[in-house]
Design a protein around this ligand. Structure first.
Ligand SMILES: [Zn+2]
Ligand SMILES: [Zn+2]
Length: 241
């Protein structure tokens, strides 16, 4: 190990991204946290990424919700179930200034997406309203989008979408209330529309709950001329909440 690196690792030993346990590699989970972090695998709904019973490739299978209410996008991808340690990790990334967590999180997302999205895909994060951005100083969706872009070598358009008005936090609202809140709240950036037209777009966010925010974003990029829209989230809630 080079001298500087060994000095740094003595000063800042690698810690689990979820607890304080020491790990052998940077940005890793310790064994205990790994077992309590629910990575999604197996058959999933093609449109919202919830796990489905049975086996298959998941390219065509849909859950009951997505059959009843078609989504305005073509495919969804998620890495984690929004439960146990995964929920804590997302909350720290979102509310606790732990922007360093975007590094392992976007690496997991890039690994999930590597063989699923085409090289010409344009990555667009779910936008934060500027007031929230000022308060928090970062948009976790943009951090994840940048990490995915760097990991996969695909283009990222951080300001492809804009929030035209602040929306209150969606926690505790019913799905219908969430969709109503988001109605017309997200628009394509008028200065970026030409970069979205004719493209395959991947919209990135930290969590998908009802899908209301992602639906507003998908509708917006379609209005700007996107020819295919997929969505990718770090974590997916397993039950509507
Ligand atoms: Zn740990
Ligand atoms: Zn579904």
């Amino acid at each position: 190990m080079p001298v500087l690196q060994s000095l740094l690792s003595a000063l800042y030993p690698d810690q689990c991204v979820s607890c304080d346990a020491l790990t052998d590699t940077p940005y890793a989970l310790c064994g205990a946290c790994w077992r309590d972090t629910p990575f999604l695998e197996g058959l999933e709904c093609a449109l919202c990424a919830v796990p489905l019973p049975g086996s298959g490739d998941g390219n065509e299978d849909l859950c009951d919700d997505c059959i009843a209410m078609p989504r305005p996008w073509d495919r969804a991808h998620a890495v984690l179930a929004y439960e146990r340690k995964a929920r804590a990790l997302v909350q720290r990334l979102k509310y606790s200034d732990r922007t360093d967590l975007a590094c392992p999180a976007s690496a997991w997302m890039a690994a999930r997406l590597r063989h699923r999205i085409g090289a010409g895909t344009l990555v667009v994060p779910v936008p934060a309203h500027r007031l929230r951005f000022l308060a928090r100083r970062y948009n976790q969706a943009a951090l994840l989008a940048r990490g995915i872009g760097a990991g996969l070598g695909v283009e990222v358009l951080v300001d492809g979408l804009l929030r035209t008005r602040a929306t209150r936090r969606l926690d505790g609202l019913t799905p219908a209330e969430r969709f109503a809140q988001l109605e017309g709240a997200i628009r394509p950036n008028p200065r970026r529309g030409a970069m979205i037209g004719g493209r395959k777009v991947l919209i990135v966010d930290d969590v998908m709950t009802s899908g209301a925010t992602l639906a507003a974003c998908a509708t917006a990029v379609r209005s700007a001329g996107a020819v295919r829209v997929e969505v990718a989230v770090l974590a997916r809630t397993l039950k509507a909440s």
